[in-house]
Design a protein around this ligand. Structure first.
Ligand SMILES: [Zn+2]
Ligand SMILES: [Zn+2]
Length: 264
């Protein structure tokens, strides 16, 4: 039940956003291999406890006067350490384009020590801003050079007021089963026979059983029973060979005479 958010903000696909979203696998770890009712109950109470815990944490953080999540602030300060050494050059004032040169020189992994920041776009060629929604060191350097607050470029989902909305849902208590309202099922639910799985084990044989297959302890096949009945009460039989009553073609004496004695 891992949640993956893809953030579409300001008409740009900024990337996969996994940082601020919790993976519920850890929360529900104990809820495996239980009967269904116990499984649902455990899941419900685990999620409810988790929501309450998160709500308390967010409330305490808001009480300290913080506006953004710890994750966003940590990343901002981590990247901000490099911002002091950046050299900012204004390229276009109208659309807010800047060139930012890092003081550290050419970096093999980052390919270039020069990045282009477009505040209006909003983009930085290092891609961190687009990917995380948090201003990178280049954007922070640009903001410092033109004396604006870089916090305005943090995405709204890092704001504690927005973050707390995720856990705003109120859980309803589950009363005893005796107090539950009667479930109204409008239709009887029937399985689709075309989607039925083939049974496990040996498939049912389609072989037509004859006297050869019959053993004494088994029930006789239907046609053998019928033949036995006809033998005992032969009035209904009429031979197609000699047109006489009392036997059929297989037991016809005339047919047996016509066949060669050692024939097939
Ligand atoms: Zn950047
Ligand atoms: Zn006959």
């Amino acid at each position: 039940m891992c949640l993956i958010y893809i953030t579409f903000t300001r008409k740009y696909l900024h990337g996969f956003f996994l940082t601020n979203v919790e993976c519920f696998n850890g929360v529900l770890k104990g809820a495996r291999f239980y009967p269904v009712t116990a499984l649902v109950q455990l899941t419900f109470y685990c999620v409810m406890a988790y929501f309450n815990k998160r709500r308390d944490e967010i409330g305490a953080t808001l009480g300290r006067g913080e506006r953004y999540t710890k994750y966003a602030l940590d990343k901002l300060s981590h990247w901000g350490k490099a911002a002091g050494g950046h050299n900012v050059t204004l390229v276009n004032h109208e659309n807010g384009t800047f060139e930012v040169t890092a003081a550290r020189g050419y970096h093999l992994r980052k390919r270039s020590n020069k990045q282009v920041v477009k505040l209006e776009a909003p983009r930085c060629t290092c891609m961190k801003w687009q990917c995380f929604g948090i201003p990178c060191s280049h954007v922070q350097a640009v903001c410092a050079s033109v004396a604006i607050d870089h916090c305005q470029y943090i995405e709204s989902y890092y704001r504690l007021s927005v973050y707390s909305q995720c856990y705003a849902t109120n859980f309803q208590p589950i009363p005893h089963e005796d107090y539950w309202p009667n479930a109204r099922v409008p239709h009887t639910l029937l399985p689709d026979p075309s989607r039925k799985r083939v049974k496990r084990g040996r498939p049912q044989t389609r072989r037509l059983r004859t006297e050869m297959d019959w053993r004494g302890n088994q029930k006789q096949p239907r046609h053998m029973q019928q033949e036995k009945e006809w033998r005992e009460n032969p009035t209904t039989l009429r031979c197609s060979k000699c047109k006489q009553d009392g036997h059929n073609m297989r037991t016809c004496s005339r047919r047996q005479q016509e066949q060669p004695p050692n024939g097939p």
